[in-house]
Write a protein that binds this ligand. Structure first.
Ligand code: SF4
Length: 277
């Protein structure tokens, strides 16, 4: 008689997947919870993104700055920018348009910015996930350029190309980019980082001085924010100027109502009679 083999043990339960966070996801939650719902909760396919000419200028200059950072030769970036803007689908910023000329002006300032940076080593386009299983989150961000200025002294840059930047959004983006730099290069505790949003159109630099302690506090903040996002049950629309740039606008009843009849409660008879303001 054979002895029955023991029942195989159940595999250990899998830990829940980490909650993914990006700067863009956080921004959408802060701008309008309905936009966040459309993008991350609804399961609806994202609408096709139509790049504005200004966005094409930004993308083209970022590509050119990457090539420039990689080789140090301005001609490589210039060639990339030229190729990118000559692509048929980018014709709205193609040769002969005002956007095309602006792109090359911005890139020229980018070359001057590149030449002004003295560093021992440099990296372009660092992009990674920063997982923190203990906190249940996985944060993704990108660094346009990183420079080692000296031992344990680093600089990261997020190139900006728009007419203006929102300071609080830039600061939040830099804090998350800082996590990427520390993770990818395994910076030691004592390393300090100057994180900079550098607008190549205006020349403005937004600078944050960051330490390892700041990185830990950023991740702690993000984990609390992630918990809040996961607990959300209501996603009200908050129409405003941001609707102009919202990809979900054509499907958003609240934005359409605002456009069609203005602020409906203000138009109600009883509100006008009450003269609330
Ligand atoms: S169109 Fe405006 S109100 Fe509607 S989801 Fe987008 S940002 Fe929100």
């Amino acid at each position: 008689m054979t002895t029955p083999s023991p029942e195989p043990a159940d595999p250990p339960p899998r830990p829940p997947p980490l909650f993914r966070l990006t700067h863009s996801k956080i921004q959408q939650f802060q701008r309008c919870r309905k936009q966040y719902w459309f993008s991350y909760i609804s399961g609806i396919d994202w609408p096709d993104q139509v790049d504005s000419p200004a966005a094409l200028v930004g993308n083209g200059v970022h590509r050119a700055m990457q090539k420039l950072c990689e080789t140090g030769d301005p001609a490589d970036g210039e060639h990339e920018l030229d190729l990118y803007l000559r692509m048929p689908k980018h014709e709205s910023a193609g040769p002969g348009t005002e956007y095309h000329a602006v792109a090359f002006e911005i890139y020229a300032r980018g070359v001057a910015a590149h030449q002004s940076i003295e560093s021992e080593e440099r990296f372009a386009e660092m992009d990674t996930w920063v997982p923190s299983p203990r906190r249940g989150i996985n944060v993704r961000a990108k660094v346009d350029r990183a420079d080692r200025l000296a031992e344990n002294r680093w600089q990261l840059i997020d190139w900006k190309t728009g007419r203006f930047d929102l300071d609080d959004a830039v600061d939040a983006q830099l804090d998350i980019a800082h996590l990427v730099l520390r993770t990818m290069l395994r910076l030691p505790r004592e390393a300090t980082v100057r994180a900079m949003g550098w607008n190549l159109r205006s020349g403005e630099q937004r600078v944050r001085e960051l330490t390892r302690d700041d990185a830990v506090k950023t991740v702690d903040y993000l984990s609390r924010l992630a918990q809040r996002l996961q607990d959300l049950t209501e996603f009200p629309a908050t129409p405003g100027p941001q609707c102009t740039f919202c990809n979900w606008r054509s499907r958003c009843d609240e934005a359409a109502t605002n456009e069609r009849i203005g602020i409906d409660w203000l138009e109600d008879e009883w509100e006008r009679e009450a003269e609330p303001f």
